[in-house]
Ligand binder design. Sequence first.
Ligand code: HMG
Ligand code: MG
Length: 308
Amino acid sequence: NIKDFVKIVEVGPRDGLQNEKTIVPLETKISLIERLSTTGLRVIEAGSFVAPKWVPQMADSSSILSHLSKSPPPAPSNLKVTYPFLVPNLKGLESALTPSHPASEIAIFASASEGFSLKNLNCTIAESFTRFEPVVSRALAAGLKVRGYVSMVVSCPYSGDTPPEKVVEVTKRLLEMGCYEVSLGDTTGVGNPYTVDVLMKALVEAGVPVERLACHFHDTYGQAIVNCMVGLANGVRVFDSSVAGLGGCPYAKGATGNVATEDLVYFLHSVGMNTGVDLEKVSEVGAWISEAIGRKNNSKVGPALLAK
Ligand code: HMG
Ligand code: MG
């Protein structure tokens, strides 16, 4: 049943690693992406073409893109895995459009709060859209797919609570620009089932097609799974997650990782949804990367399953 299918966007290699203080070796990043590619995941965010002064950990994204095109990771039969990269401006797009091996998909990232826009992009929300316009039109003209993010959809450590109308406005603008999907970021994980439900209903009532929305919930306060349930109940069928719950945003105070992919897959399967993801395989990847970078595994399900 197509209605029961949920697409998972694995953001571990990007959102998961971008906040690591110690530079993770390129081989480890590539091995992570290759291992994830064998699990049935269809979308694996692979890096970001941002200023290396701002996020040094992502400085080797060009090498990742080039490796992925030269040696496409083995995926389960008939599965086409997409590897998007974040792009904040035209300079980033240039890297994504490397002539010999362009990326097939990029993601632009906006904010619903002025404070975070300034911290994360060094410009206002309005200025960020002026920058995104040519990025999106050129990317679309070059045949790339463009995904949009909205950060701080519930509340922002710099600007306070985010009015749902602001999220509606930014989301609509991203869709109108040509993003095929907009991912709603609770960047600091402060959302709860009530605030997320109010937000989802505001978006749907404003005419935003729920098929074009994704939920991107960080688990800082342990609410990510229950918030995903609220997204699911409101009709969302795309969720972002990070293997082993890796991650955090360098420009969002106190933000920790995304909901763990293992926990999300377990939850979705337990309520009868289909993801195409092999839970045991992805749990093994979570155990491996946690060990490889010396981090506690933030998934609950992965270690429990592997201990059986
Ligand atoms: P700026 O300092 O205003 O930019 O930053 P600039 O144009 O003045 O350039 C400064 C320097 O950066 C120059 O180098 C540029 O060439 C270079 P210099 O001349 O000083 O040597 N530069 C670049 N280099 C490589 N690639 C580029 C690029 N652009 C400029 N694309 C800028 C503005 C947007 C560049 C900066 O603010 C930036 O890179 N921000 C990105 C921050 C980031 O990556 N944040 C994390 C991702 S968002 C996130 O995690 C949230 C999300 O997960 C959803 C959620 O959870 O809510 C998606
Ligand atoms: Mg994030």
